[in-house]
Write a protein that binds this ligand. Structure first.
Ligand code: ADE
Length: 231
């Protein structure tokens, strides 16, 4: 998979792309990520990429021209899945991460300023939001997408694709986890987990997962019940 990111703040991606699982996935060539500063595509002598809004009003608007020029400079841009991250997009879900993980080429535009020139939208295939809050720019949203997509790609997380038991993968939140010490400040690890009985452990985990989802995420719990045919 190749991901091109159009941003005005390329340095924001430095740590993200070099550390931990993302760093390893890139090093192992499971994903290739190119960060493109689209300011370089501005035709303006001061490299301006924004302008005041037609009709007046506060704030600046991202111009269509530098975005378009940067986009068409990307080899294979026509076939790529082109995404804008914006608070107005469809909410990103774990299932979207799975769906996008089999795409061969994704281009992500990170917006800034008060808004986009509406004609930018026409150059892209979809808009994604990472939640009902407003960030100062799209970079953190783009990183969230890239991270969630990359970690479900084959061979990125070893240990038998451990993401398959993640929260949300079956409309359930994950069960609680414990590790040593077996007792901490009077709180003990549940007996079943040290019983060595794998069938009972599986059962306990499933039940805890259901209980936790019911308590914390009634919306997910209802979906889970529906899928089980228990509605
Ligand atoms: N840009 C600013 N806020 C955002 C959000 N919530 N999701 C995606 N992109 C954004």
């Amino acid at each position: 998979m190749r991901i091109d990111v159009l941003t005005l703040f390329p340095k924001m991606f430095d740590g993200f792309l070099s550390e931990s699982i993302m760093g390893k996935a890139i090093e192992n060539k499971l994903v290739e990520i190119n960060i493109i500063n689209f300011r370089e595509f501005s035709k303006n002598k001061h490299k301006k990429v924004d302008d005041s809004p037609y009709g007046g009003g506060a704030g600046m608007v991202l111009s269509v021209v530098p975005v378009y020029e940067a986009l068409i400079s990307i080899k294979g841009y026509e076939e790529a899945l082109k995404i804008i991250v914006t608070p107005q997009g469809v909410t990103f879900k774990q299932e979207t991460a799975y769906e996008l993980s089999s795409t061969s080429h994704i281009i992500i535009l990170c917006g800034h300023y008060e808004g986009f020139d509406e004609r930018i939208r026409d150059l892209f295939d979809m808009e994604i939001s990472i939640g009902d809050f407003v960030l100062t720019g799209g970079e953190i949203a783009a990183m969230a997408l890239i991270d969630a997509i990359t970690r479900v790609m084959p061979n990125v997380i070893s240990k038998n694709e451990s993401h398959l038991n993640d929260s949300f993968s079956n409309n359930l939140l994950e069960h609680p986890h414990y590790t040593r010490p077996s007792e901490f400040m009077g709180k003990k690890v549940p007996d079943v987990l040290v019983s060595g009985n794998h069938k009972l452990i599986e059962e306990w985990r499933k039940n805890e997962s259901i209980k936790r989802t019911k308590e914390r995420r009634k919306d997910l719990y209802d979906k889970f019940r529906k899928e089980q045919g228990n509605e």
